[in-house]
Design a protein around this ligand. Structure first.
Ligand code: ATP
Length: 219
């Protein structure tokens, strides 16, 4: 396998996308020598409250946020499907297109902790590697002890401390990344908008301008 062919997949509601999302994708792309990161806005996330902004707005903001980053692309396939956005379906489709190319799903430690609630969660490991990023409040040292038993077993069996090994297999490994701690959440951003407070330096200026122009999240 030639180096730097691995593709990163980063799903989220991105309601709205903020700098912790972008930093997660950027740092992981660099640390694991990924050829590309695909940001995938979820249409109807199965595990959580429905997004506040319409899919078209979340897609537009994600596109604006990655402008100028040659390694990032937006993958809108989940927005074109009807019904819940299951990550396992997205990975299966991507795997069909990618052949034996390494794929890796990236997520914050909070999302990984809830993985057993995801549709066909154990199949995810057959389709991709998973990279878990530190998130404030979810220290990686305490991750194993916070996992339900079946997920903890997978974690202990699959955890691989060496980032370069990701390029050597198409799927199946678990990796962690000590992401620069940025305690930003989309919920906090939406609350700031309702309060009429400044969003500066929490998300890209182009996204702030878009939110403003379209009057998003005001109520
Ligand atoms: P909300 O506040 O609406 O729940 P969010 O900010 O958590 O949103 P999502 O779109 O739900 O953002 O998250 C997409 C992915 O980004 C998840 O895997 C989540 O763990 C990760 N993520 C979001 N914010 C951070 C952060 N500050 N640090 C690390 N990971 C994060």
């Amino acid at each position: 396998m030639s180096p730097a062919t691995a593709i990163g997949l980063f799903g989220g509601t991105f309601d709205p996308i903020h700098f912790a999302h972008l930093r997660l994708a950027e740092e992981i792309a660099e640390a694991f020598a990924l050829a590309q990161v695909r940001l995938i806005p979820a249409a109807i996330p199965p595990h959580r409250a429905q997004p506040a902004a319409a899919p078209g707005h979340r897609l537009a903001m994600t596109q604006l946020a990655i402008e100028g980053n040659d390694r990032f692309v937006v993958d809108d396939r989940e927005l074109g499907r009807t019904g819940p956005s299951y990550t396992v379906d997205t990975l299966a489709q991507t795997r069909n297109e990618a052949g034996e190319q390494p794929l890796c799903l990236m997520m914050g430690a909070d999302a990984f902790t809830a993985l057993t609630t995801w549709h066909r969660w154990e199949d995810l490991f057959e389709l991709a590697h998973i990279i878990i990023a530190r998130r404030p409040g979810y220290p990686l040292e305490q991750l194993a002890s916070s996992l339900p038993a079946p997920l903890r077993r997978q974690y202990e069996q699959r955890l691989n401390p060496e980032p370069t090994t990701l390029q050597h297999a198409p799927a199946g490994g678990l990796f962690t990344h000590e992401l620069t701690a940025l305690d930003v959440s989309a919920t906090a951003v939406r609350n700031l908008i309702r309060e009429g407070a400044s969003l500066r330096y929490l998300l890209p200026d182009a996204v702030i301008a878009y939110i403003d122009t379209h009057g998003l999240y005001r109520e």
